[in-house]
Design a binder for this molecule. Structure first.
Ligand code: NDP
Length: 322
């Protein structure tokens, strides 16, 4: 089978289409024939070496496909099931062996392509809005990169929960997308000082929570946008990792809370996975949640896909077809 592997960490050119054996599922594992793989920022972190893996390794943390075979002791899925998953590495391939407990069945009315586009980012938006800082009507949230894959889903879920959403986006087209998915106000943060704008929009009070996936470039002003005892949710590094900090900064800005969450700890067991994935896929099927595909790339175009995602070109989900 073909698989996109990294032999040495580095630039997009390090992704090679290799011919390797189809893996065999072991105990509590299923073999999934991949229909569509999601492209995520985490793939870039692995490819560049920010996140560590032993080389050579197959990239990709999200896919949808059909169960081709199961190993012993698999109870969750059967051969022929349409399934989707996130956070098991190796999805940039024609087949992947996946722990069966991480697979969810894709409901009727949701295509495999759509399922592949929401598993990772949708469940992330779900845990951020429902668990890390459970939004309610009285809250105002600042959501960065709101036209992005995760950002646009998070805006929609924040609105479902009744919160006021102040969003940021890199240009006016992206700002229009953030508005279209429900943001109450959008700041084009490449042109405007988002901290000053957020303060103005909240009458000087600040927001209850900042969901910050941009990292290094927004860190300081994100803290400055919070009200006293607000929560800084630093969940990504699109512009680079946040440098080391002094906890004292949290006291000088008003007894702030800081968390650096990951999807893995918020899908800690099968019950939590079925809750989050179930909500996301059901909302998609009913039309109450929307996802936008930026582009579907063939395997040979994995490098341009990474360049588009890292270069702020995309607005929406990038997908890869084996
Ligand atoms: P996006 O589709 O959001 O793309 C990233 C966006 O970040 C860009 O489009 C751009 O939007 C914005 N951005 C701002 N500054 C930069 C920069 N210097 N370089 C590149 N992009 C920049 O990607 P994803 O939805 O896949 O991921 C978004 C973030 O969320 C990533 O940091 C990712 O690691 C994180 N994440 C974290 C998870 C977790 O559990 N902790 C799970 C899933 C994602 P604009 O032009 O509008 O500024």
């Amino acid at each position: 089978m073909r698989a996109i592997r990294v032999h040495e960490v580095g630039g997009p050119e390090q992704m090679r289409v290799d011919q390797i054996d189809v893996p065999t599922p072991g105990s509590k594992q299923a073999l999934v024939k991949i229909d569509t793989s999601g492209v995520n920022f985490i793939d870039i972190y692995f490819r560049t070496g920010l996140y560590k893996a032993d080389a050579p390794f197959t990239l990709g943390m999200e896919a949808a496909g059909v169960v081709e075979a199961v190993g012993p002791d698999v109870t969750e899925v059967a051969v022929g099931d349409r399934v989707a998953y996130a956070m098991s590495r190796g999805s940039y391939a024609e087949y992947a062996v996946v722990p069966s407990a991480t697979l969810v069945k894709v409901p009727e009315g949701v295509t495999l392509e759509t399922a592949a586009s929401v598993m990772l980012q949708g469940m992330t938006a779900h845990y951020l809005s429902h668990s890390t800082f459970p939004l309610e009507k009285q809250h105002t949230a600042l959501i960065h990169a709101a036209a992005g894959g995760t950002g646009a889903l998070l805006v929609q879920m924040a609105k479902m929960r009744g919160a006021r959403v102040i969003a940021t986006a890199g240009n006016s087209e992206k700002a229009a997308r953030a508005k279209a998915v429900g943001a109450d106000e959008v700041i084009v943060y490449s042109e405007q000082d988002f901290e000053a704008e957020t303060r103005r929009l909240t009458n000087g009070v600040g927001v209850d929570v900042v969901y910050d996936s941009v990292g290094a470039a927004t860190w300081e002003k994100s803290l400055g946008s919070l009200k006293p005892r607000g929560m800084m949710v630093s969940f990504g590094n699109a512009s680079g990792a946040v440098p080391a900090i002094q906890p004292l900064i949290l006291s000088t800005k008003g007894s702030l809370y800081l968390t650096r969450p990951t999807l893995a700890s918020y899908c800690a067991n099968r019950e939590e996975l079925l809750w989050r994935a179930g909500d996301v896929l059901r909302w998609l099927a009913s039309g109450s949640l929307q996802t936008k595909v930026h582009q579907v790339y063939p395997f040979e175009q994995a490098a341009p896909a990474h360049i588009d995602l890292a270069g702020r070109v995309s607005a929406g989900k990038l997908l890869l077809k084996p």
